[in-house]
Design a protein around this ligand. Structure first.
Ligand code: FES
Length: 181
């Protein structure tokens, strides 16, 4: 025999009503949650670049004669899920241009992202991938260079007793204009 009393269907009905209410509530909050998540991921993407002011070296580590030296940029890196402390996030060439004046370039070639090297013989920078050449001031030296722009300069400051700080940034490659990545 089937139980047809009204009370037998109540738990199932209550369950269906609760489920429907939850589904409606979830639909109501989905857009704000989606917007919040997008903002969070965008913030995380920016933080993952490790961009910002980073202490790179001291003035005494730079040759007084203006020869560039390459330095790793070490900083904390954070993405949406974890934070890494004191990891290499890039590298820069630094050179003294007089007294406490310093010039800084990102080592990333603006053509396709290889790493440039300094050639003492040529007194300039060279990209080994497709032979772009750059002068000491970062400008394109050989017009046949495939790089669409010169090396990317970075802001640099000497602080305190001679600490060298660089505002590390990366830029999109393959573009004539400088657009931060
Ligand atoms: S990546 Fe440097 S010249 Fe192509």
């Amino acid at each position: 025999m089937h139980d047809v009393s009204p009370s037998s269907g109540q738990p199932r009905r209550r369950f269906l009503q609760s489920t429907a209410a939850l589904a409606l509530a979830a639909g109501a909050v989905a857009p704000p949650v989606g917007v919040g998540l997008a903002a969070f991921l965008e913030t995380a993407r920016r933080q993952a670049t490790g961009a910002g002011w980073v202490r790179v070296t001291t003035l005494t580590a730079l040759p007084a004669d203006g020869v560039p030296r390459k330095f790793a940029v070490i900083a904390d890196r954070q993405n949406a899920w974890n934070r890494q402390r004191a990891v290499p996030i890039g590298a820069v060439y630094l050179r003294r241009t007089g007294g406490w004046e310093i010039e800084a370039f990102n080592v990333i070639c603006p053509h396709a992202g290889c790493l440039v090297t300094y050639s003492a013989e040529r007194k300039g920078y060279l990209c080994p991938c497709h032979n772009s050449t750059f002068g000491l001031d970062g400008s394109i030296r050989d017009p046949a260079s495939p790089a669409p722009r010169g090396l990317d300069p970075l802001e640099v400051e000497v602080r305190g007793e001679g600490e060298v700080w660089v505002r590390y940034r990366r830029f999109l490659t393959g573009r004539k204009e400088r657009i931060e990545a």
